[in-house]
Write a new protein. Structure first.
Length: 154
């Protein structure tokens, strides 16, 4: 059962322990199986965390805050999570936020209308917040992108 779970996609030790508990596998048996899988390197939470961060940054453009929460939900301890998050630089995070805003900015939006501009800024900043970006970074990036877009429309 554990091997089948790992075949589908990489999993953390915590996720596999939960699956075994759902199947009513005795705790001591589950612990022995998971220990053995760790010994033969089929389970490695550090590798899992690094892979998870790389994948989610590329595909979903998530910020470190959201990634930290996801890793915690998957049972990755704080030290391993922080080590995995080191691979995401501040510049990468800002570039990803800028890319998201540019992608979601509706073409043809009249940014000279103050109400419309503010509405777009709130919508875009909220989208970044849902992806784990700090509010200060979100509003700064949105302001910069809208400022650039506004000068292009003039």
């Amino acid at each position: 059962m554990v091997l089948r779970q790992l075949t589908n996609s990489p999993k953390s030790r915590h996720q596999l322990a939960r699956k075994l508990a759902e199947r009513n596998v005795p705790a001591n048996v589950a612990e022995a199986v998971l220990d053995r899988f760790e010994d033969v390197k089929l389970i490695d939470d550090a590798d899992f965390a690094e892979m998870w961060v790389r994948s989610r940054v590329q595909t979903r453009k998530l910020a470190r805050g959201a990634l930290r929460r996801e890793l915690s939900d998957k049972g990755i301890d704080t030290e391993l999570a922080e080590a995995a998050l080191q691979q995401v630089s501040d510049d990468q995070e800002e570039d990803a936020a800028r890319e998201l805003v540019l992608r979601r900015l509706r073409p043809g939006t009249d940014l000279s209308d103050r109400a419309e501009r503010e509405k777009q800024a709130r919508r875009l900043a909220a989208m970044l917040a849902r992806k784990g970006y700090s509010s200060s970074m979100a509003f700064r990036i949105v302001g910069e992108v809208l400022g650039e877009a506004g000068t292009l429309n003039e």
